[in-house]
Write a protein that binds this ligand. Structure first.
Ligand code: ATP
Length: 221
């Protein structure tokens, strides 16, 4: 039986990274008792349009945003791979003996909107063999089974776990939800503000916004 502390896995496009992401990871670490949160920017996200900013640039913004947080670490492998990123193969990579192996409890962190779309992910049912899933509340998105697609709702009912402490009792397989400070911030909104030459201050870290300004991201068509 695993006795280790669980590790959080946080994938995303991060186009750009913002305070919604940072609070999600920070509050997940506290609420779920995670030793670390491993941030994994997608190289080429599988299920969405090409990001506005390239993989290396998105990676650099995440690196800047998390640099001073000792609980956060950056995984560059999906960007380095220069191919489409899928969550199940990413988790399989993390399960290799030279990374976390098979017994370390891993907790995949997702927002409520991402969770609602999970049944559309490549080989999605295998996710539960590889990690627990922790779903953060996000303004505008419900997490109740009644609002999920039927096949995901069934899995949610079967695997829901009310006690985050139990995440360390097994390496994978449970779903927990957690309330975080509701922040109605999205990367889409930030991109729109910047393309209109409006301020995105207080929505993302100053160091990220400064980097965006220096490199003229999001202002050019
Ligand atoms: P976009 O607006 O471009 O779709 P986004 O703001 O949703 O981007 P992503 O990089 O797609 O950001 O999100 C990565 C993960 O963070 C997803 O699981 C998403 O649900 C979650 N997330 C993003 N913003 C928030 C937020 N404000 N509150 C809770 N979860 C969030």
């Amino acid at each position: 039986m695993p006795t280790e502390v669980a590790v959080g896995i946080f994938g995303g496009t991060f186009d750009p990274v913002h305070f919604g992401h940072l609070r999600l990871a920070e509050e997940a670490a506290d609420t779920l008792g995670l030793a670390k949160v491993r941030w994994i920017p997608a190289g080429q996200p599988a299920l969405r349009d090409t990001p506005r900013v390239g993989p290396r640039q998105r990676l650099d913004m995440v690196r800047l945003a998390i640099a001073d947080n000792p609980r956060f670490e950056l995984d560059t492998a999906e960007v380095d791979a220069e191919q489409k990123s899928f969550t199940v193969p990413t988790l399989e990579r993390l399960r290799r003996a030279d990374v976390y192996g098979s017994q370390q409890p891993l907790v995949l962190l997702v927002g409520a909107d991402a969770f609602a779309g999970m049944a559309g992910w490549h080989r999605w049912r295998q996710l539960f063999e590889l990690a627990h899933i922790a779903v953060a509340h996000r303004p505008g998105y419900a997490i109740e089974a009644a609002h999920l697609p039927a096949e995901l709702a069934d899995v949610f009912r079967q695997r829901a776990c009310a006690d985050p402490q139990l995440l360390t009792a097994s390496p994978a397989g449970s779903i927990v939800t957690f309330a975080m400070t509701p922040l109605d911030i999205s990367a889409t909104r930030i991109r729109t503000l910047l393309s209109n030459h409006s301020s995105a201050r207080y929505l993302a870290p100053d160091c990220v916004l400064e980097h965006i300004r220096t490199h003229h991201f999001y202002t050019e068509n």
